[in-house]
Design a binder for this molecule. Structure first.
Ligand code: PLP
Length: 394
């Protein structure tokens, strides 16, 4: 006997992965140069030189046992301190190593936080469009995901929708800014309004309502845009961070959960995260990568290549008649599907080996996502197909 629910999850790949696998099959049939794969958000710029240097010097100069050995579950305290020191410098906070728990990326950080907060009947709110894996992370870890409709067409926070969704069962609100898939950065003004709403609701229901701020794209911004730091805006904030995109190391699996020092029951919340991580088999984040991110805490990605792709795609698609919000961060475009049915449009695009992700699993079935972290020459080869597709729909 096996757990059929888990087998079902294993069998059904995410629609993004499905498309990516399809792209590989097609490439074998028609040639890589004839497949235009905009499916995955896999960083396409190399890791900054500081990352490679940190790895090389660690294995060359340090004691092998300490470089590769187990650390405490939360991670090496000195390296956690280096990460919080960088945050304190940037945001004027007073965080210490005790506020940070190194995880194997944002995904397990989110799972641990949800599991830590979920009690009988707990609800967690996310606003569409949202990272599709939230559904799995929340619904299989003791919570229920409640989806708030999008704030069209700007994709800021739908405050009225949030207000309507919050009730006595609400334990957390998951936000993601810069956002995957829209690239929108939630403005300080909107976030302050959300904070005020949650503070009011905490009083009404008599328990904390945490903001779970999922931030893999915090450092990926254009035109020097500022990403407000949620712990400075709302007391009950838990940040789920990832270095995957910022340092182009998604396969190295390193991130953290950060419990703001202003959180209600701060120590108990951290204990619960440590316990939840233990339940999902966390022992420690990779030791070598803890060292890398500690040493590279102040390193920011070189956004030039992503910015060129963003502008090339945004400008060209706008010229062809597509509409989408201009991304301020991350590396995606979220585009209104001609015909208002993104599944149908994505299937039509597939006939041209143009692989774009329907927004359905993000909670917006009339939009599609394209990743802009791709090779510039592929963009050039793909653009005539985007133009022709729009013509077909006119
Ligand atoms: N959250 C969002 C919004 C993401 O886009 C991703 C990855 O694409 C993750 C979480 C998971 O990131 P990680 O690779 O750190 O687990």
């Amino acid at each position: 006997m096996i757990n059929e629910t888990m087998a079902g999850l294993g069998r059904k790949r995410s629609s993004i992965r499905e498309l990516f696998e399809y792209g590989k099959q097609q490439a074998a049939l028609v040639g890589t140069e004839n497949v235009y794969d905009f499916s995955l958000g896999n960083p396409s710029i190399p890791a900054p030189p500081e990352v490679d240097e940190a790895i090389i010097s660690a294995v060359r100069d340090l004691d092998s046992i300490s470089v590769h050995g187990y650390t405490s579950a939360a991670g090496n305290p000195a390296l956690r301190e280096m990460v919080t020191a960088d945050l304190n410098k940037r945001y004027g906070t007073n965080l210490t190593s005790f506020n940070i728990f190194f995880t194997c990326g944002a995904a397990p950080s989110l799972v641990s936080v949800v599991k830590a907060l979920a009690v009988e009947g707990s609800e967690f709110i996310a606003q569409a469009p949202f990272f599709p894996e939230y559904t799995t992370f929340v619904n299989y870890n003791g919570g229920k995901l409640v989806v708030v409709p999008p704030d069209y067409p700007d994709f800021q926070i739908n405050l009225a929708g949030m207000e309507a969704a919050i009730n006595e069962h609400t334990q957390g609100v998951i936000i993601n800014s810069p956002n995957n898939p829209t690239g929108v950065i939630y403005s300080e003004e909107t976030l302050k309004k959300l904070a005020a709403l949650l503070t009011e609701k905490e009083k009404e229901y008599g328990h904390p309502i945490y903001i779970i701020s999922d931030e893999p794209y915090r450092e990926l911004v254009y035109d020097n845009a500022f990403v407000p730091f949620m712990p400075s805006i709302y007391h009950d904030t838990i940040v789920c961070y990832s270095f995957s995109k910022a340092l182009s190391v998604p396969g190295e699996r390193i991130g953290y959960a950060l419990v703001a020092d202003t959180c209600t029951d701060e120590l108990a919340v951290m204990d619960a995260i440590v316990g939840a991580a233990r339940v999902i088999g966390h022992v420690c984040a990779p030791s070598l990568q803890q060292r890398v991110v500690g040493l590279c805490a102040g390193v920011r990605p070189d956004m030039e290549a992503y910015d060129k792709n963003r502008l090339r795609l945004y400008n060209a698609l706008s010229e062809y008649g597509y509409t989408c919000v201009k991304p301020q961060g991350a590396f995606y475009l979220f585009v209104k599907a001609p015909g208002d049915d993104a599944n149908a449009f994505s299937e039509e695009a597939k006939k041209r080996n143009l692989l774009i992700v329907s927004g359905e699993s993000f909670g917006c079935p009339d939009y599609f996502r394209i990743s802009t972290c791709v090779a510039p020459d592929m963009i050039e080869r793909a653009l005539p197909h985007f133009e022709a597709l729009m013509e077909e729909y006119r």
